[in-house]
Write a protein that binds this ligand. Structure first.
Ligand code: KIV
Length: 279
């Protein structure tokens, strides 16, 4: 059965912890669904992970829509969350227009990177009935912000707590905490009645999210906040190398991979005048 935002909110009280992974294509969406992942996030990380972009700000609304549609076709039970890319929620009106586009293309909710300027956009989108997941801490779309732990000093830590509470007040049903010290994310988690989903935010969040290529072992860099659960890169490259070798050495395809035709048909084909031969 399709998971709803209310099911996710309830999990803060009842457990188990919410599981979220990024998802960018149809076969992966089917696989994640089969494994009963709770949330599939079409993150703007699609840009650097799947499209070869050098920066997250290059991701467009059309990029997300393209991948979102594929994921939505495969995710029958998971909650599908579409990430609003850089520039897609500059004004309240634009935020609602793009959020509606995502919902019409199969998203169950949208994620909005959250600084002070995002709060009125979150209010406007949620007031129009669209579930919004906020995202605080390290927010990759913020120009000039480097990938580092946020909220280590009193000023930023207080700002993040205030921002988290403002997101909940604005109607967000869930919030991602990215690269936040464990004790601060625990404090934020306890201060909110909506679930927190951590990435590099320690053990006490109500759920966790990871970039799927990191857990598969496809990413070249291993981040401190990530765990490599498989060496899929090695498994895939072994398969590709084996295929190349089989084709070049005549081991693939075999008779079993081929289809047959009656000998008589072949004879008749050879007797036919060659009508298509160029004059
Ligand atoms: O785009 C993304 O993958 C994300 C997650 C890291 C939360 O925003």
């Amino acid at each position: 059965m399709k998971l709803t935002k209310d099911d996710l909110i309830l999990r803060k009280k009842t457990g188990p912890k919410i599981t979220m992974l990024t998802s960018y294509d149809f076969p992966t969406a089917q696989l994640l669904d089969k494994c009963s992942i709770d949330v599939q996030l079409i993150g703007d990380s699609v840009g650097t992970n799947m499209l070869g972009y050098t920066d997250v700000s290059m991701v467009t609304v059309s990029d997300i829509v393209h991948h979102l549609k594929a994921v939505a076709r495969g995710a029958k039970n998971s909650f599908v969350l579409g990430d609003m890319p850089f520039g897609s929620f500059k004004t309240k009106e634009l935020a609602l227009k793009n959020a509606r586009l995502f919902i019409n293309d199969g998203a169950d909710g949208v994620k909005i990177e959250t600084e002070n300027e995002s709060i009125d956009k979150i209010s406007h989108v949620t007031a129009n009935g669209i579930p919004v997941c906020a995202h605080i801490g390290y927010t990759p779309q913020t120009p000039g912000l480097t990938a580092s732990v946020q909220g280590k000093d009193i000023k930023r830590a207080t700002e993040l707590l205030t921002l988290a509470k403002a997101s909940e007040e604005a109607g967000a049903f869930m919030i991602v905490l990215e690269l936040i010290p464990e004790k601060l994310s625990k404090l934020i988690t306890e201060a909110l009645s909506i679930p927190t989903i951590g990435i590099g935010a320690g053990r006490y969040c109500d759920g966790q999210v990871q970039v799927i290529l990191d857990i598969f072992g496809f990413s070249e860099k291993i981040f401190r906040h990530a765990k490599k659960y498989a060496d899929a890169s090695q498994i895939f490259s072994d398969a590709i190398t084996h295929y190349i070798s089989d084709v070049q050495n005549g081991y693939f395809p075999t008779e079993k991979n081929s289809s047959t035709i009656p000998e008589e048909v072949i004879k008749q084909v050879l007797l036919q005048p060659d009508k298509d031969k160029p004059a």
